[in-house]
Design a protein around this ligand. Structure first.
Ligand SMILES: Cc1cc2nc3c(=O)[nH]c(=O)nc-3n(C[C@H](O)[C@H](O)[C@H](O)COP(=O)(O)O)c2cc1C
Ligand SMILES: [Fe+2]
Ligand SMILES: [Fe+2]
Length: 419
């Protein structure tokens, strides 16, 4: 496998890419498939006062330090700027500070707080806010507030004289190529850029649109992200696509005419499935509600997540099997993102034989995931029929009433406690 361990790329005369190529990574942050590998981009600014923007994943410290040493004595580095402190960009800081003890670490207040617990030893630091400038002698850095992309710590850094904007995760892609300049005509790269946005940044689309507004107010030509190719001639494409994806997502989550309930169920013998249909009929008696009844036993996580995103409330149906609910339901829990789904109404129902634990297990998980609860569950023994059918239809009717009420709160911005 090609490694290019000594590769350094001139972004401008005084800005050098000294990042690391990681061809072999298979998944990123556990959740993302990285079929084209990734890069951990770090940039050296050769100004009167030498600076580094982003560092690298700890595992690659050796190759990273040897690149750095080929450009400068690390002891001469005065500033290390971290736009985001997730360990893929900060992991090697701990070791770097041993060979660059004079350096001051620069970041947002959150970034410096997080780093204290990543580095676990004292270091010199400087907290910066939106609009602050840092003078490197012959060059100037300006900091731009861009929180929650993709942690609360994130900022962007502009190198004014060189018209270069450093954005860490924003405008990045998990795409490893020694040819480190973005080319959106490459289908593989364009798909990677979108996939990266979808998994890492999409839940924070509102913050992305704010950050885009902020960067419109400053001048730059080149965007240097923390992963994948640098945008030299394609900055405007990267921005336009990001704007499009974020706006589409905002439209998707808030732009529906009807409020939507997802009824996600599993069912071994069809009893819980039958209940799902009866409950759906009960819900649909209320106007203005759309219901998506879905068997989640074999659905892909991507398809299920899309259904969660586009719903304003979720009812989960599960039989009780061995005093528990089932794996597809736990997958659904894993796909709920409280940052995004907080405040949606969650309820549960299911067939059982003798003990019937599963609906309560579902409700307790919804509680932990910060959803609002439709606390009354619909549990019934074995097959729907007789008075159980009317009971289930009524459950649907009552859920619908509470759901409409909850949607009014949700869309007036009241999603409950954020923390
Ligand atoms: C392997 C197995 C284990 C079960 N364990 C429980 C249990 O612990 N408690 C309970 O109330 N019912 C239990 N049941 C009964 C089911 O909940 C019951 O058959 C239910 O009607 C199935 O609904 P479904 O057709 O929607 O899957 C179990 C059933 C199976 C097949
Ligand atoms: Fe990140
Ligand atoms: Fe990252």
């Amino acid at each position: 496998m090609e490694t290019k361990d000594d590769q350094i790329i001139d972004i401008t005369k005084d800005v050098k890419w000294i990042g690391v190529l990681d061809y072999d990574i298979k998944t990123f942050d556990i959740v993302m498939h990285t079929e084209f590998g990734t890069t951990y981009n770090s940039y050296f600014i050769n100004a009167d006062k030498k600076a580094i923007i982003e560092v690298a994943k700890e595992k690659f410290s050796e190759v990273y330090f040897s690149k750095l040493r080929s450009l400068t004595d690390p002891a001469d580095i005065e500033y290390i700027i971290l736009d985001h402190t997730e360990p893929d960009h900060s992991g090697t800081l701990r070791l770097l500070l041993d060979i660059a003890p004079a350096a001051t670490v620069v970041g947002s207040g959150n970034a410096i707080r997080y780093l204290e617990d990543i580095v676990n030893k004292p270091f010199k630091s400087l907290v910066v806010k939106d609009g602050d400038k840092l003078y490197l002698g012959n060059k100037t850095l300006q900091f731009i507030s861009a929180p929650n992309l993709h942690w609360p710590d994130s900022i962007y850094t502009l190198l004014i004289e060189d018209n270069v904007l450093f954005t860490c995760d924003s405008f990045g892609a998990h795409f490893c190529s020694p040819d480190l300049f973005s080319d959106f005509t490459s289908e593989e790269y364009a798909a990677s850029f979108k996939y990266y946005f979808d998994v890492i940044l999409k839940p924070y689309s509102r913050f992305m649109l704010k950050a885009l507004e902020s960067i419109m107010k400053v001048d730059f030509d080149i965007i240097c992200p923390g992963h994948g190719p640098v945008h030299t001639s394609n900055s405007s494409i990267a921005i336009e696509l990001t704007q499009k994806y974020a706006s589409e997502y905002i439209q998707l989550i808030g732009g529906r005419e009807k409020r939507k309930v997802l009824i996600a169920y599993v069912s071994a013998y069809g009893y819980t499935k039958e209940a799902a249909e009866i409950i759906s009929e009960g819900i649909l008696e209320t106007e203005g509600i759309e219901v998506d009844v879905t068997d989640i036993e074999n659905i892909s996580p991507e398809a299920l997540e899309e259904k969660i995103i586009t719903s304003d409330g979720i009812l989960v149906g599960s039989p009780t099997i061995n005093q528990n609910t089932l794996l597809p339901v736990y997958t659904l829990f894993a796909l709920i993102n409280p940052l995004r789904d907080r405040g949606k109404l969650g309820g549960a129902f299911g067939s059982y034989g003798w003990s019937g634990e599963s609906p309560r297990i579902i409700i307790e998980n919804f509680r932990l995931l910060k959803m609002r609860l439709y606390d009354e569950t619909a549990s019934f023994k074995f097959a729907p029929g007789g008075s159980k059918t009317e009971y289930l239809r009524n459950f649907g009717r009552d859920f619908a009433a509470k759901f409409i009420e909850n949607c009014d709160q949700l869309f007036s911005g009241n999603r409950g406690r954020i923390g």
